[in-house]
Ligand binder design. Structure first.
Ligand SMILES: [Zn+2]
Length: 194
């Protein structure tokens, strides 16, 4: 597995192609990465058959996880199409918007369990709330959101569990469990909520 070290910056100086999209650069691949995704979708759709499912997750579980590219949730958790809701953001942080999604997941679509998954080597560990300050200095506007950076991943999982368990909007808060996924071994480590 190739692990790319990402240097985070508040500047918009991400290298891009002439059209502003990052080039794939792979042999035989032409166009932007999104062009590549669209081509892949055409192949996917060619073999796709309507699974005939409704929108309610079969396993009645919502998984909240970091957006990290090394975390393949379905493969890592043995999940199949239709099994679960996946709610992802930077850090797998339980923000107001995650609570919005969980509330809809439980109240409109019947899920009952919540699994929270952070991981080793998360980009949020190398950021601080200074990121927000630097951003304000750069663009002249303070973001409304918190960066939600953290130093201790276990503690952040505990806080996330607490935010879910204490949400007044959720119907089911008895089965809320939190984990750290090890990006080097693929193993989950459960975090004691205490
Ligand atoms: Zn992460």
């Amino acid at each position: 597995m190739t692990i790319t070290v990402i240097v985070m910056t508040t500047s918009a100086s991400v290298p891009t192609g002439p059209e502003g999209a990052i080039r794939t650069g792979g042999a035989g691949e032409d166009g932007t990465v999104t062009d590549r995704l669209v081509k892949a979708n055409a192949r996917y759709a060619a073999d796709f058959t309507d699974p005939g499912m409704d929108a309610r997750p079969v396993l009645r579980v919502a998984v909240v996880a970091c957006m990290d590219a090394r975390l393949d949730l379905h493969a890592a958790l043995g999940l199949e199409l239709g099994d679960c809701h996946t709610i992802r953001n930077a850090g797998g942080v339980v923000t107001d918007d995650v609570l919005r999604s969980l509330t809809i997941s439980q109240r409109a679509l019947g899920t009952r369990s919540v699994a929270l998954i952070h991981h080793t080597g998360c980009g949020l560990e190398s950021l601080t709330e200074e990121f927000r300050h630097d951003l304000e200095m750069e663009v002249g506007q303070r973001p409304a959101w918190a960066v939600e950076s953290f130093r201790d991943v276990d503690q952040d999982v505990r806080q996330s569990m607490q935010r879910v368990r204490t949400s007044p909007f959720l119907l089911h808060t008895d089965d809320v469990r939190g984990f750290v996924f090890d990006v080097k071994t693929g193993l989950l480590r459960e975090i004691d909520p205490a």
